[in-house]
Design a protein around this ligand. Structure first.
Ligand SMILES: *Cc1c(COP(=O)(O)O)cnc(C)c1O
Length: 402
């Protein structure tokens, strides 16, 4: 979270100091993403992971087309969850077969587009399988699918749990063998399996255990497959630190564990399979900042408030209202005086007329005043597109990639 460069006492994104960047963008607030940090991040991950493990970018974390284009050049595949995300992915050089389309409730129109495009559809139910087969017959195209499995275990310590127990995601593991039998009688190209159990996990030992159990489960199911298994998507869920209490993930431990699983379990049985992990937040989350400008400074009964021109309508998660149980401050700084010593406790609030719009609760910052630029870090994932931009009817912020 401090990987951004400092130039002339200012935070810099892509080599541009923040005041100059604000002039270039023309208005605040805005999101700025750093291309070099994205590249470095993928490099860091690749260095820790086994060489024959492939990397997919889940673009819902940050679907800005320029970001997706850049990521396309770095990863092996792209994961999408809507028709518009699919279009963004298909605009990149990533081949359609390397685009996977997951998510419950895909409409007939979306399925038709996906089959026509030739992407890999991660099928989420028996009913969806029937609809995909019907679509393929209508278009004269053999759909490529992978079965998304709702595992028979759940992953503790995830910010969001998306597998185990009853779920809207995937097909319950115990029902998969019967589904595979049904699929064998249809004209679907069943490539393999997908399992995604949860998100925002910072505990390596839990991720390792989940990967171990996922591999065991998918290999068990692979032995029931009616066609060669060419695709195993093990999910992801790698978290990033958001608060001073969080520690970064131990990638080395995860990589070593995965290398052992691939070597000892997967390769002897599925030598040809493309083995994938799919990550969103971990790849892009730390490479972005949300830049706001102080428009008022006021005292109220002993508390100092900085009112900025942004807020939860752009960066909901920083206000603590995007799935958090306890509100904790996201890392925050006065970006145009980044080297100044912290001097006073202030409460940073957004411009929305609701007490929910709290961006920094009694944070210690260098003395800041009207016109200063306040940034929130960790804004590269689930920022703008995960926020209620229409709430209070303020203009949409710009997004730039440098
Ligand atoms: C959201 C999602 C991801 C990405 O999750 P992150 O926590 O951002 O890494 C990956 N795969 C699927 C199927 C998803 O729904």
């Amino acid at each position: 979270m401090t990987e951004f460069e400092t130039i002339d006492g200012q935070l810099a994104v892509g080599g541009v100091p923040v005041e100059r960047l604000a002039e270039r963008v023309g208005s605040t607030p805005f999101f700025a993403y750093d291309r070099a940090l994205l590249t470095a991040r993928v490099g860091l991950l690749r260095a820790a992971m086994p060489a024959d493990l492939q990397l997919s970018y889940a673009i819902k974390a940050n679907p800005m087309p320029a970001v997706v284009q850049h990521m396309s050049g770095l990863v092996d595949s792209l994961d999408v969850a809507s028709a518009l995300e699919m279009r963004t992915a298909l605009d990149t050089p990533t081949p359609p077969a390397r685009v996977s389309f997951a998510g419950p409730g895909k409409t007939d129109t979306e399925l038709r587009q996906a089959v026509a495009a030739g992407v890999t559809i991660e099928l989420e139910s028996e009913n969806e399988a029937v609809r995909i087969a019907r679509t393929g017959a209508a278009l004269g195209v053999r759909p490529r699918v992978a079965v998304r499995v709702n595992p028979d275990f759940s992953v503790k310590g995830s910010g969001m749990r998306m597998g185990g127990g009853p779920q809207q995601f995937g097909v319950d593991a115990e029902k998969v063998p019967a589904l595979l039998k049904t699929l064998a009688g249809t004209d679907l190209d069943v490539l393999g399996f997908h399992c995604f159990a949860g998100s925002q996990n910072l505990r390596a030992e839990i991720i390792q255990e989940a990967q171990q159990r996922t591999v065991e489960l998918l290999l068990r199911l692979a032995s029931e497959a009616h066609a060669p298994v060419r695709y195993l998507n093990l999910g992801g869920g790698f978290g990033i630190p958001y608060t001073s209490k969080d520690r970064p993930l131990n990638l080395t431990a995860i990589g070593e564990n995965l290398a052992g699983l691939l070597r000892d379990e997967v390769r002897p049985r599925l030598p040809e399979a493309r083995v994938v992990i799919e990550l969103g937040r971990f790849l892009v989350g730390e490479a972005g900042v949300y830049v706001t400008r102080v428009i008022d400074r006021k005292e109220s009964r002993g508390r100092t408030y900085l009112v900025v021109d942004g807020g939860l309508h752009h960066q909901l998660a920083a206000s603590g209202n995007f799935g958090q149980v306890i509100r904790r401050n996201y890392p925050i700084a006065v970006a145009n005086r980044i080297d100044a010593e912290p001097a006073e406790p202030v409460t940073v609030v957004g411009c929305l007329c609701t007490p929910l719009d709290l961006l920094g609760d009694e944070v210690t910052l260098p003395g800041a005043d009207v016109g200063d630029l306040v940034v929130l870090y960790q804004a590269g994932a689930y920022g703008l597109t995960a926020s209620p931009t229409a709430f209070l009817s303020h203009p949409a912020p710009a997004e730039v990639l440098l």
